[in-house]
Design a protein around this ligand. Structure first.
Ligand SMILES: [Zn+2]
Length: 229
């Protein structure tokens, strides 16, 4: 019955690819052409890479991973925008599964004890109805077979949009923004902290520093995309 209803809905409102707006088959949000054209970073193949470089002088991270390189006005940018603002968080889960299958190829990934996601401030969560990074974390957790710890860290300060701020302003703006709410679960663990997009690294650095200060042993970082310099 469910299949029949989905089939009927697909016929009435054919699903469009979030990247290129072409028709796609079934319950998917990204067409195969887009998916195979997104540039992968291969960051998992090097311990020092373009991702870890973003954190130099800001936070001590152990490993840094990002699935794709993000170019302005690309189909990938459209996909990530739809994931965040157009109620398509399932895209994040799908990309998390996809990245998990890639990260499973490296043995160091098994050193990670749990996955945590950058939280939204409750006010922003209410506006959006979901946290896109939770979906990415879920996808990674399922394919890596590493637990996803929800709600262990909270965003306690509402920070206005970061996009118009310079690097120093971004860091200052985020000081004291995160609070670890379940330190007993995280003490001594190696966590994989995930977010959707890595731009300057200010948000992930602030969260990493809060986690390390609360007794977390190591923090590694994974994002869906890193903005191309
Ligand atoms: Zn497409």
């Amino acid at each position: 019955m469910k299949r029949l209803i989905i089939g009927l809905l697909d016929w009435l409102f054919p699903p469009l690819c979030a990247g290129c707006s072409q028709l796609v088959q079934g319950e998917t949000f990204i067409c195969t052409v887009c998916l195979t054209s997104f540039p992968e970073t291969d960051a998992h193949q090097l311990v020092d890479n373009a991702i870890t470089y973003h954190f130099a002088g800001k936070a001590t991270i152990t490993y840094g991973f990002a699935l794709y390189s993000l170019r302005k006005k690309s189909h990938l940018e459209q996909v990530l925008f739809a994931m965040k603002y157009k109620n398509q968080p399932q895209t994040g889960e799908m990309l998390g599964q996809r990245y998990g299958n890639i990260l499973n190829q490296i043995s160091i990934i098994q050193r990670i004890d749990a996955i945590v996601a950058i939280p939204l401030h409750p006010k922003r969560f209410k506006e959006r109805g979901y946290n896109q990074s939770d979906f990415f974390a879920q996808g990674l957790s399922a394919s890596l077979n590493i637990p996803f710890y929800r709600s262990c860290i909270a965003r306690i300060r509402y920070t206005p949009s970061q996009t118009t701020k310079n690097k120093v302003e971004r860091m200052t703006n985020l000081q004291g923004a995160f609070q670890v709410t379940a330190p007993h679960l995280l003490t001594g663990k190696h966590l994989l902290l995930v977010d959707d997009i890595l731009t300057t690294g200010a948000t992930l650095s602030a969260c990493t520093n809060a986690l390390l200060a609360a007794g977390v042993a190591k923090v590694s970082v994974a994002t869906i995309a890193v903005v191309e310099a």
